[in-house]
Structures are given as structure tokens and as C-alpha cells.
Ligand binder design. Structure first.
Ligand code: 2P0
Length: 349
């Protein structure tokens, strides 16, 4: 697992001249969730978050500056990106251009191996890959801390996917430039846990409310929001200690309560944001039954109905079977902690 702080010196800085740069990044699943921004323009989270990067569902992105083009060209899984997705990618390219002092439009080609916009962290892997490939393509030599700060401007969860294994994203303090400087991700160096995550995809369709809109509504209208955000501070301290001790039941209990608390804040928003479906609840019941049978298994859910179950690798098959029985027809994947984002070559795609 890579946790290096600089772009891999052994990897090519970019493909051949004129070919741009290609990067691969994996999604991450937050155990202490990020939900809510205190600065929407600079994409500064309210609270710190902590995640584990997965070894499945990579995103591969190539960025090629094209001096002859009139505008950016953005392709997602072979189709031209539209609307909000295109706007966010072009906005991010503008940041890279401003930083590099260059002005060429870019050709961006992204391939996701995970359903996009289904609460499976495609924006985390997507903007981590875009930050790494885009920085290289525009000739920026940035260390991982700076890259994570930059990736945050695309999608705050993306800052964590620059790193392998467990990573924490600092919310920072203050406003403006100081806040931007203080909000970045870094690895959790002393985590001593190698869990499995069994992922139950009960619905691979795109979510009805984007996480960006949902978190804005939650911050603005949910009377529970501030209490939950404050609880994240204690949860983070406790989960870091549990990770240090390699205590999976403690890590799982903290992660599960943090996720349920996040969803409670959404349910209390006006109007309510509800990502749970009947199949979500069935899987949560299945997880409770596993625990009653003595299997340490703990659920977490993001901005969608799908459930991720944290467990020991030795229990993963049993957990996967229990999930299938609880929600017949769902797709089940088992992930382990995976690597940080890396540059690669187009030929490796
Ligand atoms: C997380 N999620 O910490 C939380 C938990 C979903 C639930 O980060 O607006 O796509 O692009 O910063 O990162 C999903 O929100 O939102 C997310 P933006 P993002 O993983």
C-alpha cells in the first residue's frame, strides 16, 4: 500500500509529449463522515473526516492540454460529460490553469469502474485522478499535501483518495486563505488494522439528490446538524485510538454510529433527505443478526442506499452471504484497503 507524500518518482511524470498525463485513483469510504461545508466556494468541510481507500472500483483519467482547441473536451465513460459534471471538471481545470500560468484547453477522458453518482464515491476517485493527472499535464510539481488540498476543491472527499489505506481530512480553521491552507488530507500513520469492506449495491442508479445539494440543505435546515458535527470531533479521537489498537469492533461501532448520526441529520432536514431504501434497512438488519451471532460486522452508508460492511477479512464470505440473503438480487463486492492515487501511462489503461 502506498502512502508516499510525493508523486511517485518512479512513475512517468506524464505520457509522451503532447499526450498529457494519466492517473488512477480508487474511491474511499469514510468511517467518520464529511457532511457539510463551512465555505462552499473554497470547499472547506465543517468537520474532520477519516476514511479507508479501497482496492476496487478505480477511476482512470487522462488529461491532455490542447493549444489548438477552442474549449475543454470532457468525456466520462466514452460519452461527453454534460451539465453539472462538466461544469465541475472545467472549474477544476481553471484552477490548474491559474496555478500553472497556462491557458490551453484540455482534453479529459475519464473511465469509472464504479457506477457514477450512486453513493459509491465516484467523485472521490474522479477528482483525485483528475488532480494528479491534471497537475502533471499542466507541468505542476506538487507534493501530496498540496495535491490533496487541490483535489478538495473538486470534491472534498477526493482529498483522501490521494492516499492509500486510512486517511484523515482536516477541516482546518478560520476563513479564506487560512482555511484553504489548513484543509488537506494525510495518511493515518499508526493505524494497525487490515479490514475487509463488503459492499452491498442494492441500487446502482444515480441518486435523486446530489450530495452537494443534500449537504447544503442539511446544514441550512436540520436542527440536528450542529450536534452531529460536534460529535465528529470525539468520534475522530476515539476511532484513531481504536485504529492504533487494531480494535475492529471499536472502529466499527464508532463508524456505524457516526454514519447513522449523519443520516439522522438528513432525515431532520426540511424537506427531509432520505437515501435509505427498504433494501438498505434489510441489509442493516442482516448486519445486526451477524453481530447477534458473534460476527463483528458494522455498517456504514453514504449519500445513497448502498451499504458497506466493515469486518475481518476471514469473515468476509460469511458477511457477503448474509448480505445476499438480506437483500436478494443485490450485487456484493468485497474490498480491502487499497493504494493511493498514482500516475500511470496511457498504455497501462
Ligand atoms: C464522505 N460523502 O465523507 C461523505 C459521507 C458522502 C457521505 O463525501 O460536494 O461528493 O463534492 O465535496 O465529496 C460525498 O460528498 O461532496 C461525501 P462534494 P462529495 O465520504
Amino acid at each position: 500500500m502506498r502512502t508516499d507524500h510525493r508523486a511517485d518518482p518512479a512513475a512517468p511524470a506524464a505520457d509522451a509529449p503532447g499526450q498529457g498525463a494519466t492517473a488512477v485513483a480508487h474511491p474511499n469510504i469514510a468511517l467518520i463522515k464529511y457532511w457539510g461545508k463551512r465555505d462552499e466556494r473554497l470547499m472547506i468541510p465543517y468537520a474532520d473526516s477519516l476514511s479507508v481507500t479501497l482496492d476496487i472500483f478505480p477511476t482512470t483519467t487522462t488529461v491532455r492540454p490542447d493549444p489548438g482547441a477552442a474549449a475543454d473536451s470532457v468525456t466520462l465513460d466514452g460519452r461527453p460529460a454534460q451539465g453539472e459534471v462538466r461544469r465541475r471538471v472545467v472549474g477544476f481545470l481553471d484552477l490548474l490553469r491559474k496555478r500553472s500560468g497556462r491557458s490551453e484547453p484540455a482534453v479529459v477522458d475519464t473511465r469509472n469502474s464504479v457506477p457514477t453518482g450512486a453513493g459509491l464515491a465516484s467523485s472521490a476517485s474522479g477528482f483525485a485522478a483528475l488532480a494528479l493527472a491534471g497537475a502533471a499535464a499542466y507541468g505542476l510539481d506538487l507534493d501530496r499535501t498540496v495535491l490533496s488540498r487541490l483535489a478538495r476543491r473538486g470534491s472534498a472527499s477526493a482529498s483522501r483518495s490521494l492516499f492509500g489505506g486510512f486517511a484523515v481530512c482536516h477541516a482546518g480553521r478560520g476563513i479564506g486563505t487560512a482555511a484553504d491552507f489548513g484543509s488537506y488530507a494525510e495518511p493515518v500513520p499508526d493505524a494497525d488494522l487490515d479490514p475487509a469492506l463488503v459492499i452491498a449495491v442494492v441500487d446502482a442508479g444515480a441518486k435523486t439528490v446530489s450530495s452537494r445539494d443534500a449537504m447544503r440543505r442539511t446544514v441550512e435546515t436540520s436542527p440536528l446538524y450542529r450536534a452531529w458535527a460536534a460529535s465528529c470531533t470525539a468520534d475522530l479521537t476515539e476511532i484513531r485510538a481504536a485504529l492504533r489498537q487494531g480494535d475492529l469492533p471499536a472502529v466499527g461501532e464508532i463508524a456505524e454510529r457516526n454514519a447513522l448520526g449523519m443520516h439522522a441529520t438528513m432525515l431532520a432536514a426540511r424537506p427531509a433527505v432520505r437515501y435509505f431504501s427498504p433494501a438498505t434497512m434489510a441489509v442493516l438488519d442482516g448486519v445486526l443478526r451477524l453481530r447477534a451471532d458473534g460476527v463483528p460486522a458494522y455498517a456504514t452508508m453514504d449519500a445513497g442506499p448502498n451499504v458497506k460492511v466493515l469486518c475481518h477479512p476471514a469473515d468476509a464470505d460469511r458477511v457477503a452471504e448474509a448480505v445476499r440473503q438480506a437483500a436478494p438480487g443485490c450485487s456484493v463486492f468485497t474490498a480491502r484497503p487499497g493504494p493511493g492515487a498514482r500516475l500511470t501511462t496511457e498504455a497501462e489503461r
